[in-house]
Design a protein around this ligand. Structure first.
Ligand SMILES: Cc1cc2nc3c(=O)[nH]c(=O)nc-3n(C[C@H](O)[C@H](O)[C@H](O)COP(=O)(O)OP(=O)(O)OC[C@H]3O[C@@H](n4cnc5c(N)ncnc54)[C@H](O)[C@@H]3O)c2cc1C
Length: 242
């Protein structure tokens, strides 16, 4: 299952600047970073990644409830691409040895969680069986200044693959939506890895501009990042056109 990074809503800088200039206020580049908000709808990401994301404190979050969303509807999971399909590990349960792959363990925990719910245990307690791989949806809003801080940390090669893929997708989305405020990442000055990828994003965004400009207001434009950006796992990237 692919994750999705949707840039759902964002400050319209050309309009904001024009309105402010009409009122006699000229915004510097630094001021623009302070005045603005970008809202992402991140779908189908693991609880491991969402926990890393909410560590970024200068942001607002709304996360799908595990207490109230029915297990059967919400319980997908994200398998790390580094875990081979056919890799099995031995587990012992009450004297019985089983060889289980990643999927088997996910299925086991899902069945156990649903079993508890069917026996009348509250969803808020049954969910304690849910693993870090279980997927969730989270809406996140950040100012451009904090987003740049987030990208500098999470686009770096030492960031974990899932949050790093999300960060690159989000960076590409804001570069397409708001080139006035998002340029090359400051971290590119110190990392050839980031520098190379920033230039790949620049090319991909340039290729996407024409299609984006033709997208109807309110509709989502899909920004094609693969295979050039070499994300470790599939992240479908969308930008709403205003
Ligand atoms: C590669 C990597 C590995 C990591 N590994 C771990 C790990 O093993 N364990 C772990 O616990 N975490 C880990 N983290 C998370 C990390 O410790 C931070 O929680 C996360 O990066 C957010 O940090 P931040 O403070 O820079 O950002 P934010 O929380 O977004 O804050 C941004 C800036 O705002 C300011 N600020 C925010 N809140 C306050 C406040 N209350 N008072 C004053 N100033 C404030 C600070 O100047 C801060 O730098 C890791 C992060 C990365 C990128």
């Amino acid at each position: 299952m692919a994750s999705k990074a949707i840039l759902f809503s964002y400050t319209n800088y050309p309009e904001l600047n024009a309105n402010l200039e009409g009122a006699g206020v000229k915004m510097s580049q630094e001021s623009m970073l302070r005045h603005g908000s970008f809202t992402f709808d991140l779908q189908g990401i693991s609880r491991a990644a969402s926990h890393q994301i909410v560590r970024h404190r200068i942001a607002s979050f709304s996360q799908q409830s595990q207490r109230y969303v029915k297990v059967t509807r919400s319980y997908g999971y994200l398998k790390p691409p580094g875990v081979p399909e056919d890799l099995k590990v031995p587990v012992e349960i009450k004297g019985h040895r089983l060889d289980l792959n990643f999927e088997d363990v996910m299925d086991l925990t899902r069945q156990a969680e649903e079993g508890l719910v069917s026996k009348g245990i509250k969803a808020e307690d049954s969910r304690y069986l849910r693993p870090n791989a279980a997927t969730t949806n989270i809406v996140m809003s950040m100012s451009p200044r904090q987003l740049i801080h987030f990208f500098n940390l999470r686009c770096a090669p030492d960031a974990q693959w899932e949050i790093r893929d999300l960060a690159w997708s989000m960076y590409a989305a804001v570069r397409l939506a708001s080139p006035e405020v998002f340029g090359p990442l400051p971290a590119a000055d110190e990392s050839d890895y980031i520098k190379k990828r920033v230039s790949i994003v620049e090319d991909l965004v340039r290729k996407g501009e024409n299609g984006f400009s033709k997208t109807q207001p309110g509709e989502l434009f899909r920004l094609q990042l693969q295979p050039l950006l070499e994300l470790v796992h599939p992240v479908e990237t969308f930008v709403r056109h205003y």
